[in-house]
Design a protein around this ligand. Structure first.
Ligand code: ADP
Ligand code: MG
Length: 341
């Protein structure tokens, strides 16, 4: 029997392979596999959005340093981020948990406090889920629904040449937060009496432990009367998301290194860990910001919005996806997102 290692396909190759085997049969299935959320036409002037994410202990989080409250919040926020990436507003979630016997009732209470606080923050109802034992640590799966007006939906594959590429907030911080937490863990294991030294890392650690979905930006865009031509959330790092957006839209892009928004705390932490801040921004991931393209004609409407930064533009050549460095060079962008498999 032939045996193929999953690593030969990678995560994205595997998803493509699954996608190829299924064809949608319902006219209501507007968009299935391949975007941040599935899009369902339930009639009326809005689409229904559905997104799901799975978090596994030891793969996506480490309970030695992730407080359960934060984990609960994050599990919801990452799904809301996918709804926001469709320009949508979240509505309901279901939460399924696999629990090992290491988890106490108090721990579950803390997890659900975090989930509740995210439900409050994003205006979401928890409407169901499933509960099981797990033999391999804690597993959390959240499914979120949302809605978006049919005229305002933003897909990944509709970026157009000459559009302006913009990103929300700042990026790279979550990856450095993870480095800080991992270092603390190593030092703690070597010397359990030590006190945590994370005071000056609170920004980057906060970005790792408690990411916020940019529902505020979805709101700001609506106020400004702008519908991006395409949008995706930044879960795997800017490089990977730019590649998705460009490949699926059949276009290229140039981003300018000097325009990439990186917080001062991120620069400081990058310096300490001897990681290039631009590498953290491009390949780090877990920032949960929104990467979008907008028509040039809409630039005036967004230019004064505080949370949106233009970082480059889209071109017609799908082979030209590059970074214009501060030194004046052009470097091809390569996706180095998560390779879990
Ligand atoms: P995101 O990072 O935005 O959550 P993913 O990279 O996880 O997106 O998924 C990309 C697309 O592939 C989504 O449409 C998602 O629903 C779909 N997908 C991922 N894993 C599977 C799977 N095992 N079976 C079917 N579809 C999947
Ligand atoms: Mg996404």
């Amino acid at each position: 029997m032939k045996r193929t290692e999953l690593s030969s396909l990678g995560e994205f190759g595997l998803i493509d392979r699954i996608k190829e085997k299924f064809t949608a049969t319902h006219p209501s299935t507007v968009r299935g596999i391949g975007d941040d959320a599935a899009v369902i036409d339930t009639g009326g002037d809005h689409y229904q959005l559905i997104s799901t994410d799975l978090l596994i202990e030891g793969v996506h989080f480490d309970l030695t340093y992730v407080p359960l409250q934060h984990l609960g919040y994050k599990a919801v926020a990452v799904n809301v981020s996918d709804i926001a990436a469709m320009n949508g507003v979240p509505a309901q979630i279901t939460v399924s948990v696999g629990l090992s016997n290491r988890i106490s009732l108090e721990a579950i209470d803390a997890l659900y406090e975090g989930i509740q606080s995210a439900c409050d923050a994003y205006g979401i109802d928890l409407v169901g889920g499933d509960t099981s034992t797990s033999r391999s640590g804690l597993v959390i799966s959240v499914t979120a629904t949302g809605r978006v007006h049919k005229d305002k939906i933003t897909y990944r594959n509709t970026a157009q040449a000459a559009d302006i590429l913009c990103i929300t907030g700042d990026i790279g911080a979550a990856y450095l937060g993870l480095q800080a937490l991992e270092r603390e863990k190593r030092e703690f294991l070597e010397n359990p009496n030590m006190q945590p030294q994370l005071d000056d890392k609170s920004y980057v650690v906060g970005r790792q432990l408690k990411p916020q979905a940019r529902t505020d930006v979805v709101h700001d865009l609506a106020e400004a009367g702008v519908v991006p031509t395409a949008m995706i959330d930044v879960s795997d790092g800017l490089a990977s998301e730019i590649m998705h957006l460009c490949t699926q839209s059949g276009v290229g892009a140039t981003i300018f290194e000097e325009n990439i928004p990186i917080d001062d705390h991120t620069f400081l932490a990058a310096d300490e860990f001897q990681i290039s801040p631009i590498t953290a921004a491009l390949n780090g991931g877990e920032d949960y910001e929104l990467l979008m393209t907008i028509k040039q004609a809409d630039y005036e409407k967004i230019k004064n919005l505080p949370n949106i930064t233009p970082i480059g533009y889209i071109n017609a050549d799908p082979k030209q996806i590059d970074l214009a460095t501060k030194g004046g060079n052009r470097v091809p962008i390569q996706a180095q997102g998560w390779q879990h498999l």
